[in-house]
Design a protein around this ligand. Structure first.
Ligand code: ADP
Ligand code: MG
Length: 429
């Protein structure tokens, strides 16, 4: 992909925007871009530099993303809305063409990595609550104040705040700031650069280890001192990746969202609005609490991935009302005129609260309270789903962290959990 129209190859120490930004290390990449940690020599801070592929369709997409990000930054001057801030944008000309670049505030690990670091066991409920609050503040801002639908909400696209200052971190400070390109560059060959490469690799591994430990100790996520508190909520994460966002009254694509987080009306092609983000939000909240994706559809003998997805939804949430099952442009592909699936006839119903107790060993109280929060957001009728603003008022989010529900999910207490749920069955509540 590092060819004409593709990615721009970046080396540590490369300069951008007439020398203002200096590349430090790669943070991540997506389909259309690479993202680098860069040092901003003007403000003396670290930023994330998103460098888009240069081919016209990618460049066009970046211009769209910049337009959305400008709207976001414009209405949030105090940077308190749990949505990533665009700091600057420019074009960078390299051997592969002209690359639109976005300078974003530097954030930390994604929620997906947080889930991985917890070995897919799910996070303690008080953490899930705090993260949910943040996401909802972000969504409320996008939906109500800007009229923007994200359309690709998922753990990967929600980043934690960075608690590690790359300049002060004992390991990272070996690497940064690199204010000049190292002699010969990283790919320059020769003995020095080989040693350099090795040192850097070791340092990177150490950084990874440290952040892993910090996350598992729950240190990560604490906001930097400079960040203000809004309404008693510590800001802990931010929504990123507006590459496929749209306006409610100006939509671009019919098929939106990453498969597992896709709302039923999108599958049925029945039109969509802000409430598709709410569906993805509920799927994300479930994943944070359990470590498992809520829906992982697969095609099988005689049925498609779409039909399996609809079946999984109904097994967890009950039958789709007939009205919803017949109105979409694709409804007839899946449902008969009674509103039953054509090719998957036998559904095994397993309501969310039962699933949480039986598979994930939640206490009955935790399961009931969490399900009462989640299930209304997963209404098959998009217009019945609560808005982000309404969700923020829900009692589950006001819930003060009771000593119990924090511990129930801790992996080390698994045995106790099993014992407790057995006991409950015997008592025959
Ligand atoms: P794409 O649109 O190509 O998917 P993203 O905006 O999702 O690009 O960014 C790709 C990856 O780069 C993210 O998953 C994340 O790991 C990293 N990243 C993006 N923005 C930031 C940021 N502001 N701070 C730190 N890392 C970031
Ligand atoms: Mg992405």
């Amino acid at each position: 992909s590092y060819r004409k129209g593709g990615y721009h190859a970046v080396r540590v120490g490369d300069q951008f925007a007439g020398g203002r930004y200096i590349a430090q290390r790669k943070l991540g990449w997506g389909q259309f871009s690479t993202v680098w940690l860069a040092y901003d020599t003007q403000t003396k801070t670290y930023v994330a530099l998103k460098i888009q592929k240069s081919a016209p369709q990618f460049a066009q997409a970046a211009l769209h993303e910049i337009e959305v990000l400008l709207a976001i930054a414009d209405r949030d001057p105090s940077n308190s809305k749990c949505v990533v801030q665009l700091i600057d944008n420019f074009k960078h000309t390299g051997p592969n063409g002209q690359h639109p670049c976005m300078v974003l505030e530097f954030l930390g690990d994604s929620l997906l990595r947080l889930i991985k670091y917890n070995r897919y066991k799910g996070l303690p409920m008080n953490k899930v609550r705090e993260i949910c609050k943040c996401i909802l503040i972000g969504l409320d801002y996008l939906h109500r104040e800007l009229g923007i639908i994200h359309t690709d909400l998922k753990p990967e696209n929600i980043l934690l705040f960075n608690t590690i200052d790359p300049a002060k971190d004992p390991v990272r400070s070996e690497l940064a700031p690199i204010l000049e390109r190292p002699e010969g560059g990283l790919n320059g060959g020769g003995v020095t650069s080989l040693i350099e490469k090795k040192m850097k690799r070791r340092a990177r591994r150490a950084v990874a280890k440290i952040s892993e430990r910090r996350i598992s100790m729950g240190v990560i996520g604490e906001p930097p001192k400079s960040d203000r508190n809004i309404g008693g909520i510590d800001v802990r994460c931010k929504i990123v990746d507006f590459g496929s966002a749209c306006w409610a009254d100006k939509q671009f694509a019919e098929e939106i969202q990453t498969r597992q987080y896709r709302a039923p009306e999108v599958i049925l092609q029945a039109g969509y609005s802000f409430s598709v983000d709410m569906w993805s939000f509920a799927c994300t909240a479930f994943e944070l609490a359990t470590g498992d994706m809520m829906f992982t559809p697969q095609s099988g003998q005689g049925f498609s991935e779409d039909e399996d997805h609809l079946a999984l939804m109904m097994e967890l949430l009950g039958k789709m009302p007939r009205k919803g099952a017949v109105t979409g442009a694709r409804s007839k592909d899946f449902f008969d005129r009674h509103g039953d699936l054509k090719r998957i006839r036998r559904l095994k119903f397993w309501p969310v609260d039962k699933l949480l107790i039986e598979r994930y060993k939640f206490s009955e109280t935790d399961a009931r309270e969490f399900a009462e929060f989640l299930v209304p957001i997963l209404d098959f009728s998009p217009e019945k789903r609560p808005t982000a603003q309404q969700c923020l008022q829900h009692p589950w989010l006001q819930h003060k962290n009771s000593s119990q529900d924090k511990q129930i999910n801790e992996p080390s207490l698994e045995k106790v959990d099993v014992g407790m749920s057995n006991l409950k069955i015997k008592v025959g509540k």
